[in-house]
Design a protein around this ligand. Structure first.
Ligand code: SF4
Length: 583
């Protein structure tokens, strides 16, 4: 079995490319996150402007891709234009399989083009194609359709693309792939835009061979059966992550109206159960995944001037979208919410950052920090999804200074207009949808991406409701252990939903059948090494853990564990970084 060790190195300025075998990196770091952070450190100079040509974009996959179920994520790494340090975002769809079947373990894109272009990548090489005709198409969905028409042919194909938000350098613009999957967080879309890169089409046609079919089949069947028989996976299939809305609402841990509240009697309207019963049109899956957790609502509405003539819009939803554009904005009318999700999707924005920015702007307006002079006449009010949709368009178009400022994120905007106490960002990244207790917030503060996916602190808070809350030192140790383990999963590019299936022994076995034997003692140190590399990149690019801002709002509102204490957060954060440096 040939491991995916080739790195396709593309220079947009010179319109050249070369392929380099980096078996050294892949042998040691496996793939995904481990390889990407090393390529990023090698190629992104200190002080690089995130929106300048020196910021490389790296996509990396792993040795299980194309062979095993639930191992189809692509890790993107770059310097984030939102936080100014580590940008890391994962997406599924067909992206990872396409990259591997095109013969690559990683793709690195450097430099910037003077004119709009898109890339067509195959095992035969790279074509630099003029995108002047599609630059300016604001919808990431339409862009995908046009590129699909242009890039015909056999093979497994992925099309990554940006909408208007990426072109206009909104710092939390996303990259869409396969319409319903996204590199959502930390502004990869803006980095594409800064390089005049509208889209990347990757088509893979190669086959994969394994050394022992018998061993491979056995390992495959084991994972497959555990995936389809697991009750947890059943939950992801039936309702998806949006099944979390009602439990969090009941616990009083669902951030609502910019976290001025933690529950709402109207939450049922935006619950996964209600959406599945009334709107679910289809479920889709990433490549090589039997779970199909991606839920797509069919919103049937009449045309404006044709009351008996209906259009159906297919809109993907999950927990984080329902939180950020729903409860966080007080939007509990599900049709309005689906329309708002659709507009954020079309413009190509990260939904979580957009929702948190709009929630801050709404409260800032209530408090008189901003007025309709700033919002160009929009009166932002909780629950008013139509006005929020208009504000989304304004963020993308940035017609005045206010919208240009909020297009840089809530951390930046609140420094200009005030309202930092209720600007819900951690390390510069807008807050995920959990106010379950102190541990989730420690996780947002310390996670390499300041994301709920770094270490899932919310699950420690929730488990502690039946037991007792860990003290700050123990909380830090448990978060670090989980984040270290997740470096292994994301180097394998395994979906985090399968974290209970891919245990240590299963991973070592599958790696062996895939032709990648790893010494167990080295495997056990690898996650920590990778996390340290990521932290080192952050420090080199200006991150200061001692300067982390704790938004006052999270201390003011009761969580399921009562008021979150600032002293708890500070002690746990200090301990986390002490352990990271010393373990
Ligand atoms: S569980 Fe969902 S996100 Fe994970 S690989 Fe399957 S379809 Fe994709």
């Amino acid at each position: 079995m040939k491991l995916p060790t080739n790195v396709l190195n593309i220079d947009l300025a010179r319109r050249q490319y070369r392929v380099e075998d980096r078996a050294d990196l892949f042998q040691y770091y496996i793939g995904g996150t481990g390889v990407a952070i090393n390529l990023l450190r090698e190629n992104c100079p200190k002080g690089a402007d995130p929106l300048g040509p020196d910021n490389p974009i790296i996509f990396a996959v792993g040795p299980l891709v194309g062979l095993y179920p639930l191992a189809s994520k692509t890790v993107a790494m770059f310097k984030s234009p939102l936080t100014g340090n580590l940008g890391e975002s994962h997406a599924g769809g067909r992206s990872a399989v396409s990259i591997r079947l095109a013969g690559y373990g990683a793709i690195m894109i450097r430099g910037a083009s003077e004119s709009p272009l898109y890339l067509s990548i195959k095992d035969t090489g790279v074509e630099f194609k003029d995108a002047s005709g599609i630059w300016g198409i604001v919808s990431s969905v339409t862009t995908g359709r046009v590129v699909r028409e242009l890039e015909t042919g056999a093979g497994t194909r992925t099309i990554m693309r940006i909408g208007g938000a990426g072109e206009n350098l909104v710092r939390y613009a996303m990259v869409t792939t396969e319409t319903y999957r996204h590199f959502g967080r930390l502004g990869l879309g803006a980095v594409f835009g800064s390089k005049k890169l509208k889209a990347i089409a990757i088509c893979g046609e190669m086959g994969l061979e394994v050394e022992s079919r018998k061993e491979y089949r056995k390992a495959y069947d084991d994972i497959y059966h555990r995936a389809v028989e697991s009750p947890l996976m059943r939950k992801y299939h039936d309702i998806g992550t949006s099944a979390n809305i009602m439990p969090l609402n009941l616990l009083k841990g669902l951030p609502t109206r910019n976290l001025t509240s933690v529950s709402s009697p109207d939450a049922i309207n935006i619950s996964g159960e209600h959406l599945a019963e009334e709107y679910l049109g289809r479920r889709v899956s990433c490549a090589h995944c039997p779970v199909a957790c991606i839920h797509i609502a069919g919103l049937r509405e009449p045309y404006e001037n044709e009351p008996y003539f209906y259009k159906t819009t297919m809109i993907a939803y999950d927990y984080e979208l329902l939180y950020s554009l729903g409860s966080m904005l007080g939007v509990f009318d599900e049709k309005g919410l689906l329309r708002l999700i659709d507009s954020v999707e079309l413009w190509g924005l990260d939904a979580m950052s957009t929702g948190v920015v709009l929630a801050w702007a709404t409260e800032a307006m209530e408090k008189g920090l901003i007025t309709e002079a700033e919002t160009l006449g929009l009166n932002l009010k909780w629950g008013d999804s139509d006005t929020y949709s208009k504000a989304v368009e304004q963020i993308v178009k940035q017609r005045n200074e206010f919208y240009a400022n909020i297009a840089r994120g809530v951390e930046y905007a609140s420094k200009i207009y005030g309202g930092e106490d209720f600007a819900l960002a951690f390390g510069g990244n807008e807050m995920p949808g959990y106010h379950t207790g102190p541990v989730t917030h420690v996780g947002f503060l310390t996670g390499a991406r300041h994301s709920h996916l770094d270490a899932a602190g919310y699950s420690i808070d929730q488990a502690a409701l039946k037991d007792k809350l860990p003290d700050p030192k123990e909380a830090a140790a448990r978060l670090l252990k989980e984040e270290v383990w997740r470096q292994i999963l994301s180097s394998l590019v395994v979906c985090f939903f399968a974290r209970n299936i891919y245990d240590r022994d299963t991973i070592l076995k599958t790696l062996e059948t895939a032709g990648h034997k790893v010494a167990p003692e080295r495997f056990d140190r690898l996650g920590l090494e990778i996390l340290r590399e990521k932290n080192q990149f952050k420090l080199e690019h200006g991150f200061n853990p001692n300067a982390l801002r704790i938004p006052k709002r999270i201390l003011e509102i009761d969580s399921p564990h009562g008021k979150v204490q600032e002293s708890y957060l500070k002690e746990a954060v200090e301990e986390f970084y002490r352990l990271l440096a010393s373990e």
